[in-house]
Design a protein around this ligand. Sequence first.
Ligand SMILES: [Zn+2]
Length: 312
Amino acid sequence: MSVLLVSTGPEPEHAAAGHPERPDRVAAILERIGAEADLAAIPRIDPGAAEEAAVELVHTPAHVAAVRAMAARGGGWFDGDTYCAPGSREAALRSVGAALAAVDAVCEGRSEHAFSISRPPGHHATAARAMGFCIFNNVAIAARQAQHRGRGRIAIVDIDVHHGNGTEAIFWDDPSVLYTSLHERPLYPGTGASADRGGDGAPGLTLNVPLPSGTTGEGWLSSFDGAVLPAVAAFHPDLVLVSAGYDAHSADPLATLELSSDTYGAIARRLRDLCAGSGAGSVWVLEGGYDLDALGESVAATLRGLAPPGQA
Ligand SMILES: [Zn+2]
């Protein structure tokens, strides 16, 4: 089969009044998938929660303990953007678990591509701290899991409108992981300059492509085709991980790029073709995307890009 879905569901226990990173996001995606026959037919697996030991493949024991302690005392805020509800630790462990299950499915050959539709997102979380709505860095932990399963070279393609500072920092000095990001700049969290290319000893482990406010889907794809895809292909990854944020959509309230759902379909087709040429496979892990209609439509376009109708 060519694509598989992994989802923990909306996670209603992980919520804060009025916050854009909310359970309705995953609910909207699952409703959209359920409403369209070709997408509803895509096989789905229900993952278990990750163990803390898996989280510590990337995060410091002190961070894991801090999350446990904050949830146990009834919640709070890691910073001005990032809440912790009493159920947030469990939700975050399930979100990691979904990404790990997606990696396992691809590494075991059960699917060529897999998509983890889970929350909270992860790419801003650093080894030592939660930030930017993110508690544990799902995609970074997934990369380590894939390496434990024999996929030595991992390319992470971050398409979220925000720069994935946490993922970049975690793999900054690691020649086995290529981190690429196209993102709006200036925008939160302020990192992601094109001069930032990875550790001093081995430049080129990181590829940042900052884009100005108002960049269209055509402009985005032009940078993707011109810079990111060639770098990923040249890296010869054994697995492609996608930090699948949908907040570069024109309807998104948190940023000002102008992508459409069709852009996301085009991105998926390009990565499918790249993987087909190398046998790598891809694992998509949900990050941002805060307009519910745009999010549902764009994930649908991604899935159709990965598995054209009739090929699921
Ligand atoms: Zn984002």
